[in-house]
Design a binder for this molecule. Sequence first.
Ligand SMILES: N[C@@H](CCC(=O)N[C@@H](CS)C(=O)NCC(=O)O)C(=O)O
Length: 190
Amino acid sequence: MQLIGSTTSPYVRRVRLLLQDQPYDFVNLDIYGQGRDELRRRNPALKIPMLIDGQQEVYDSRIIARYLHAKMNVAGLTWDQENQLTLIDAANDSCVTLLLSKRSGLDVEQDILFYNLQRERIMTTLRTLAAMVDEGQFGAWNYPAMCLFCLVDWVEFRDLVDFTGIESLITLRDHYTTQAMVAETDPRQA
Ligand SMILES: N[C@@H](CCC(=O)N[C@@H](CS)C(=O)NCC(=O)O)C(=O)O
């Protein structure tokens, strides 16, 4: 298997954590720089991660996880876990939007509809996820917990969110830092 990604993407990191026991080659691309031509050749959606397993190409972390769970004969996610993932992805997508906006020289703090919507979504999803953590919903190191871990660690690394009132997310991140492949996939060492 080959995983196409980058060392900083939270979506790629969750798949690397899921693949911890599997043999695979990691292709690290700078998708906004030198690796963009290869990304164009590999995935018309122009996003990472993507997985190649023999003749089968799989796009999108959510579908890759479904593919790997089936391949590893591991039970798929429950509907409640699918909902957790939707909340995590909603926050993550909006945070990526903020980061790309900042890199484009845009002021993401301005009081305009587009950024107000992103910031509102980020805070409603993160508050809901923090409450779920308080209820013990992410107590096992499974795929949803890996996804939440990667989101929180990346958001803190990129300094995109004020964690006041949602400190449970940082507590969860700190709790899981000793798990397999977490140190090796830290975006700070990219
Ligand atoms: N839904 C996708 C999202 C992946 C995604 O947004 N990846 C980012 C990197 S963190 C990306 O490739 N962004 C490229 C772009 O937005 O142009 C997934 O879960 O794989």
